[in-house]
Design a protein around this ligand. Sequence first.
Ligand code: AKG
Ligand code: FE2
Length: 395
Amino acid sequence: KEDCGGADPQAWISPSWASRGYHVLCLASECPSGTGDEHCSASGPVAKVCWGGVQDDCEELTGLASVLREEGLNSLVSLQDLLVVQRSVLNQERYEKLLQARLKHNKPPLNFAFYAVEGILQGDGMPPRKLESLQGQSGMILAFEGGTFVWPGIQLGYRRNVTLQPRNEASIELQIETRSLQPLVVEISSFLDENDCQHIIDKALPHIRKSSVKHMDQDVGKPDSNWRTSSTYFMPSDDAVLRRIDDRVSALTLIKKTHQELAQILRYEQGEQYVAHHDYFDPEMYAQNRDIQEMIKRGLFNRLATVFFYLTDVEEGGETNFPRADGLPQPHDFGDCSRGISVYPRRGRIIIFYSQHPSAEADEYSLHGGCQVKRGVKWSANKWIWNKPMDYIQE
Ligand SMILES: O=C(O)CCC(=O)C(=O)O
Ligand SMILES: [Fe+2]
């Protein structure tokens, strides 16, 4: 396979897994010279697109000339329109509502997010860079229908080395390993150090109280312990360590800090658990809940990813289980941890799992739970990330 402007196709194009709403473009810097290729000069340089980011669905993308005539964000709007004409979007209703909202507020009608892959050889390197314009751009470009970056899973066990550059911190190198494609779950074996983990625990300890759950309409009035027996503290990011972790999470997910909720610190003592659930809010399940409807704007916005921190090792149990991983059916017993995949707690480890596809459609396979702690105590934390700014954390 040829490379694309120095980018390694194997790091961005899957051999077999098509993602919903993620596409990979390869844009030549200019028309092939010498041959007087008429087709090329009329339509601009040659580009290829791999729909769904999968190897066996690639084709030439024509009509780029008009795109390249536009400037700034408009060039990205034209590219978006070109893609949408060729393959319609998956999340049509949201897409159109957002376009209308943007036009109404005099904002450019850009829903897709585009990222340039730069200098990634053998899959290593800096994370992709968000594009503000297509001008002078060539090489590999990633397109996300839902407007938010997602680390492509590629295939089970795929390992990607990246160098992050968090704000106010030296760069850090880490490895992102794909644990599941459906839902997309990636693991970073060492993200927080001993001191970070202990700092969070010490700070949360005086405040921690029995966890609550946000009840679906059908469950209003039932005790929280039906689902969840852990203890919780939503911790403000009010010191340098916590702000550094927020910045690091933002550098890792390529999603702004303003889109994060406060870290929710969790303690499970022996015998405690949180049965399988989704982290996103299904608008239909919370139809009567005005606060949630206000947050999700009737389905336009939602929690799109969870960064989950393991702050301690656990002697036995306490794993996070995804019972539907790799397309398994809906379980009957939401406390059953024997199916799908499990990630075991280890101090400093984190996982990112995506509750939405890159199209911003909810992924029902993201069902997961915190399995019963059989021996020891599990400290962990959720960092929920939205596809819109929230009011919790400032830039
Ligand atoms: O404890 C775990 O492993 C998962 C917890 C969880 O899913 C949650 O708090 O939303
Ligand atoms: Fe959860």
